[in-house]
Write a protein that binds this ligand. Structure first.
Ligand SMILES: [Zn+2]
Length: 738
């Protein structure tokens, strides 16, 4: 089975059109190559992985294009789509080409299921945004869970496509820019499932429209882009057909050798402990199962002798007692490489890659230039950390007699209807489901109160943020409705017969505060980041079920803001926000806050609050120095003659904050001209070994140093949350974030 995937980034229009071209070729072609492909392969063509993105872009393009064959002039309006249009994002402005193992979007879930049903031996993801055609082999860094045999096949595919291009004298490139590191791209994810996943990037179409003037004044057309893709596709199908038996044996061998590796490598199992938030662990387990990763559950307590904790489980390697009911992902399974890639605490790199990164960093330090790391994008995604689950990375052999295979996620009592309460219904704040339940109750105008203090009732402790729904203050339909909603959201609801508690304030005290449904506005369009707005939209609409008004900045400056209790400014350029709001918009929002409005500022918008002329907060940006560990430094000896002194003189240069996403790099570059930071002493590496990397030894700690901030493409952070502030309700421990 060969899978040709198109229009993952729907605005890259040549990808969609080439699916039509290839379909026509396979349906109508009578030549030898087509017949070979039809005889030997099942070819699956998915013309639009991301149909909304494609439809939105093409409808816009056709509405502004002024001549039949397109305008090649780069300045033409048709090459400059407005906000939200020239994007590869789906309906919710979420990027499907990062979502493969996160499985947040319906397009992804359906594609993963279909992929697993068909097990393709090759999977090509067709894009289109480069100057000349790109095809594999990929650039470094390559995820070290990918096998040498797979990289060899990528070379072979790249060679036959290159030969087809050379016959026509076309330009192309391989090994440039498009890496194979992040596990959620639609080339790396199929590869980690044993297929040969490849990204093709063609040149024509997309924002280049029907015609586009190249640097050398020649004209690139959509047709060129389609033909380049189609040529690559046919060469791929031909090589696959010619090597059908070998490719099938390779796929089988991939899964079989994964089991063997899982038995031999140091990491034997990842253990997830449900703790307080069973629903959260179940969300992760369900994602693993959708990806055909085997999961087990402990029937009795077990002891791990060599286990290293993720966030929430303590640091260092040592013995841990694991309660019954914990989830175990053993590594001796066919899906080991994918499981490891998405669960591992720290990825491995080749020595060559690390040395190259180190050279680049030194050169950048000398020149005082920003470092450009070798990653296409994010480097940080370990799922137990992102889900905030107590988890262990264990070297102990899996005790199979104590494990029960989890075939479907078992609901553990949380959907059972609560008994009829005579005083009130109560639920905790510590899951997404409980927030969704609360939002729905508020929408249906049930009266609720929130606890601002800790209390204990019915032999159970409840956190700040717990929600109480009183029988006397609500219509008689409450019991039936809250039972239905509890089942839908998977939240345990406790019935109470009295206003009395065991410890803490009784339920009649003032510390229980009445809630109302918030009237929310979210700023959209310029200068917000499309994906950041999309994430807010998706969270409110899909995850919480809360209605909101989307507001452009112009309306924000005109309408009566008393219509809203909460205004959200998603991530965007701080300078862009300041300019578009203007002095009047900024003082308007300040007055609205002084009257009780709640302003939610995310990332770049939060930086806006610290800017001169805005100053909505006394907080400042910490952008000059931080304690960090650069990933390549563990195994690099310190250079000679470097100073131990760090110049901590504060920078007066504020240019770095103009764009939060680029600010750190600018700041680092500016600082580098003046100072050199001390180096950390060399220590044995835990990150540099290949896929057999061992967890750090018991006494080893990550080496950190005070340094200039360096822009890193992704970082895992441990957050300390003030659980007494209402924003921190529901959090009792440190949490992980990316
Ligand atoms: Zn793309």
């Amino acid at each position: 089975v060969a899978w040709m995937n198109h229009a993952n980034d729907g605005n890259e229009s040549a990808a969609f059109e080439s699916a039509i071209q290839t379909s026509y070729q396979l349906a109508a072609g009578t030549d030898e190559v087509t017949r070979l492909i039809l005889e030997r392969l099942v070819t699956i063509i998915n013309p639009a992985h991301n149909p909304e993105s494609h439809e939105r872009f093409v409808a816009w393009y056709n509405s502004v294009q002024v001549t039949r064959d397109g305008t090649a002039d780069r300045a033409a309006a048709e090459h400059h789509a407005p906000w939200g249009m020239n994007t590869n994002n789906n309906h919710y402005q979420i990027d499907l080409n990062r979502d493969a193992f996160f499985l947040t979007q319906p397009e992804t879930i359906q594609l993963v299921r279909a992929f697993n049903d068909w097990n393709p031996v090759v999977f090509v993801d067709h894009h289109g945004q480069t100057k000349n055609m790109f095809f594999p082999p990929p650039a470094d860094a390559v995820n070290q869970n990918v096998t040498a045999s797979q990289l060899d096949w990528m070379n072979r595919y790249g060679n036959v496509i290159g030969e087809a291009f050379d016959r026509r004298g076309w330009s192309y490139y391989r090994r440039g820019r498009f890496d194979l590191f992040y596990a959620g791209f639609w080339d790396s994810w199929p590869t980690l499932n044993g297929s040969i996943g490849m990204t093709f990037e063609t040149d024509g179409g997309g924002n280049k429209g029907l015609a586009y003037e190249r640097e050398d004044k020649t004209i690139l057309t959509l047709r060129d882009g389609v033909l380049h893709h189609h040529t690559g596709t046919m060469a791929t199908l031909k090589l696959t057909a010619e090597n059908k038996e070998q490719r099938l044996r390779d796929l089988y061998g991939y899964k079989k050798s994964a089991i063997e590796e899982g038995k031999q490598e140091a990491l034997k199992q990842v253990v997830l402990v449900p703790g307080k938030d069973e629903a959260r662990v179940r969300m992760l387990i369900e994602k693993l199962q959708t990806q055909r990763i085997e999961v087990y559950r402990t029937s009795q307590p077990i002891r791990l002798n060599r286990a290293r904790g993720y966030v929430g489980g303590g640091e260092g390697t040592g013995a841990r007692e694991i309660p019954a009911g914990a989830y175990v992902v053993p590594m001796n399974q066919p899906q080991k490489r994918l499981a490891r890639a998405i669960l591992e605490l720290e990825p491995a790199f080749t020595k060559e890659f690390l040395q190259n990164e180190e050279r680049k960093k030194r050169r950048a330090d000398l020149l005082g230039a920003p470092v450009r790391d070798g990653f296409y994008d994010t480097t940080a995604w370990s799922l137990p950390i992102l889900y905030g689950i107590e988890a262990y990375w264990a070297e102990d052999a899996v005790a199979s007699n104590n494990l029960v295979r989890v075939d479907a996620v078992v609901e553990t009592g949380s959907t059972a209807s609560p008994a009829r309460a005579t005083y009130a219904y109560l639920f905790g704040p510590d899951s997404l489901g409980s927030m969704r339940l609360l939002a729905q109750l508020l929408r249906e105008q049930f009266n609720t109160v929130v606890a601002t203090e800790l209390f204990r009732v019915n032999n159970r402790d409840f956190a700040r943020g717990s929600v109480l729904v009183r029988v006397e203050r609500n219509p008689a339909t409450l019991h039936e409705r809250i039972s239905q909603l509890a089942a839908e959201t998977g939240v345990t609801v406790y019935p109470l017969t009295s206003a009395r508690v065991e410890t803490g304030p009784d339920f009649g005290e003032d510390s229980f505060v009445e809630l109302e449904i918030p009237r929310i506005a979210v700023v959209t369009d310029e200068p917000t980041d499309e994906r950041a707005y999309g994430a807010t939209w998706f969270t409110l609409d899909q995850r919480l079920g809360l209605p909101f008004t989307s507001l452009k900045i112009d309306q924000l400056k005109q309408v009566d803001l008393r219509r809203y209790d909460v205004i959200v400014l998603p991530h965007g350029s701080p300078a862009g926000y300041q300019e578009m709001l203007g002095a009047s918009g900024i003082s308007r929002l300040r007055r609205w806050m002084e009257d009780g409005g709640t302003l939610v500022l995310i990332k770049g918008a939060a930086a806006l609050a610290t800017r001169k002329g805005v100053e909505w907060t006394s907080s400042t940006l910490k952008k000059d120095q931080a304690s960090v560990r650069l990933f390549f430094e563990d195994n690099v000896p310190p250079a000679r003659g470097q100073t131990d002194a760090t110049d901590t003189e504060p920078s007066s240069d504020r240019a770095g904050e103009d764009d939060a996403s680029g600010g750190a790099a600018n700041s680092a570059a500016n600082e580098s001209r003046r100072t050199q930071a001390p180096r950390a002493p060399a220590t044995p590496a835990s990150t540099s070994q290949a896929s057999t990397a061992q967890p750090a030894a018991e006494d080893s700690k990550p080496v950190t140093r005070e340094t200039e901030l360096v822009r890193v493409s992704g970082a895992l952070l441990r957050l300390k949350i003030d659980g007494q502030h209402f924003l921190g309700y529901g959090y009792t421990d440190d949490i992980g974030a990316t």
